[in-house]
Design a protein around this ligand. Structure first.
Ligand SMILES: Nc1nc2c(ncn2[C@@H]2O[C@H](COP(=O)(O)OP(=O)(O)OP(=O)(O)O)[C@@H](O)[C@H]2O)c(=O)[nH]1
Ligand SMILES: [Mg+2]
Length: 423
């Protein structure tokens, strides 16, 4: 990762800080494991962790007074260059903590934004992440500005494309307006592509799931798309779409999507909505779960909550428990929302044939009844007709009449012969 960060000669040494509110869904240690992984992805080295048990975060300075003193001593002892809190901090919390701790104070949101910035490669992803970063800067500038100018670089100062992030309030506002315009244009183009895809009436299947679950690896294994798959969080920030022709002759379109994570910054969801919403345009969702991860159940919950937020939790879902080539705790978790639960290994390809079968099975539901008239000189089309369920048929003066149940793809092939008005 380090090579991505030319602006930073030395790694930041950070202490991770969390408040443990004893939320049964999220164990504080596990949250910090993930935060540490995020810090590593952003090129920082974790030199310590501190957790305070509290009913809630302290409104003025996140941790209680006594714990802050403890943290200050810990920072000195570990020679840390900054701290990262597991929750999004208010500008006042950042300012107050900086005054007391005399070090760079960062939060989970800033860290995730930084990772997105370093990973963005398309014009759209770059614009989306810069927009989210600048919005964050605008609201947090009072507290952050001072620490950043002192620190001079590192997490929170880098925009997409290794560009330094703007810190002048006035310029930021102009830039936000410019980015909004740019994104509108891109969104318009994206809609045209989506429209085309919908018209082609081939079922669209979106791979969704927690970050690092193996979505891109599965995408590659299913379609040979050659998408970058890496052992790092948020390797994918752009959606990739590929069509495959299955052995049964039915075509499917697969879409690889951005991973979800707990406490995904709201500004990021807003900015990335167009990308995240790819799932909303799919007919079927394949929910990829890293079955080897001890936090798999919490991760599944986060995925379902995020899908709900994106209004696409009512689609047929196939849950695949991935990475089963590794030791995996049995039994696999229940999943009431899923039509199918399948163990797979995207790496070895094991189980992916069953996944395709399940997708095809569900896609049969997208059948509709159509009425067609095949002229007598187009007898070649009858093969297609007979592969469908035939509801009624008769020979007419001008050709063979059929009412059949056709899936979207077959219906498309027979479109020229479809009778629109009731016969
Ligand atoms: N052992 C094993 N490793 C896997 C499997 N599938 C994926 N991985 C590994 O898991 C890591 C993450 O895989 P990706 O495919 O990048 O995961 P992703 O869900 O696309 O992640 P993001 O794009 O970052 O959200 C990589 O190191 C993969 O090699 C699998 O079936 N078995
Ligand atoms: Mg990916």
């Amino acid at each position: 990762m380090a090579e991505l960060y030319d602006t930073q000669s030395e790694s930041e040494r950070v202490i991770l800080v969390a408040v443990d509110t004893e939320n049964p869904d999220f164990e504080a240690e596990a949250c910090l494991d993930e935060l540490q992984e995020l810090a590593r992805t952003a090129g920082a080295v974790t030199v310590g962790r501190l957790i305070q048990k509290r009913e809630g975060v302290h409104r003025a300075h996140y941790l209680g007074k006594g714990k802050l003193e403890e943290l200050k001593a810990y920072i000195d002892m570990q020679n840390a260059t900054g701290i990262i809190c597991d929750d999004e901090l208010t500008p006042a919390q950042i300012r107050n903590m900086q005054d007391i701790l005399k070090t760079k104070v960062m939060d989970r949101t800033l860290l995730i934004l930084d990772i997105f910035a370093s990973g963005a490669s398309t014009a759209e992803a770059k614009a989306q992440v810069e927009l989210a970063q600048l919005r964050y800067s605008l609201t947090h500038l009072t507290g952050q500005g001072r620490s950043l100018s002192r620190q001079g670089g590192g997490i929170g100062t880098r925009g997409p494309g290794e560009k330094k992030l703007e810190t002048d309030r006035r310029i930021i506002s102009d830039r936000i307006a410019e980015l909004n315009r740019e994104l509108k244009d891109i969104e318009r183009r994206r809609e045209i592509i989506r429209d085309k895809r919908l018209k082609s009436s081939i079922p669209v299947v979106a791979l969704v799931g927690y970050t690092n679950a193996g979505k891109s690896t599965l995408m590659n294994s299913l379609t040979g798309a050659g998408v970058l798959a890496q052992d790092k969080l948020f390797a994918t920030l752009d959606t990739t779409t590929r069509r495959i022709d299955t052995q049964s002759g039915v075509s499917l379109i697969f879409t690889d999507t951005v991973g979800f994570i707990q406490k995904l910054p709201h500004g990021l969801i807003k900015a990335f909505r167009a990308t995240l919403e790819e799932a909303a345009y799919a007919e079927i969702l394949v929910h990829v779960v890293d079955a080897s991860n001890p936090a798999r159940q919490e991760q599944m919950r986060v995925v379902y909550n995020t899908l709900k937020e994106l209004n696409c939790d009512d689609k047929p879902i196939i849950t695949v428990f991935n990475k089963t080539d590794m030791p995996v705790e049995m039994p696999l978790p229940a999943d009431k929302k899923a039509r199918y639960r399948l163990p797979v290994s995207a790496k070895t390809g094991k189980g992916t044939d069953k996944l395709i079968d399940a997708v095809l099975e569900i896609s049969k539901e997208f059948k509709k009844s159509i009425k067609i008239l095949i002229p007598y000189d187009k007898g070649g089309m009858l093969g297609i007709v007979h592969s469908c369920e035939i509801l009624s048929s008769e020979s007419r003066e001008d050709g063979y009449y059929f009412e059949i149940m056709a899936d979207t793809q077959t219906a498309n092939r027979l479109k020229a012969y479809e009778l629109k008005a009731p016969v």
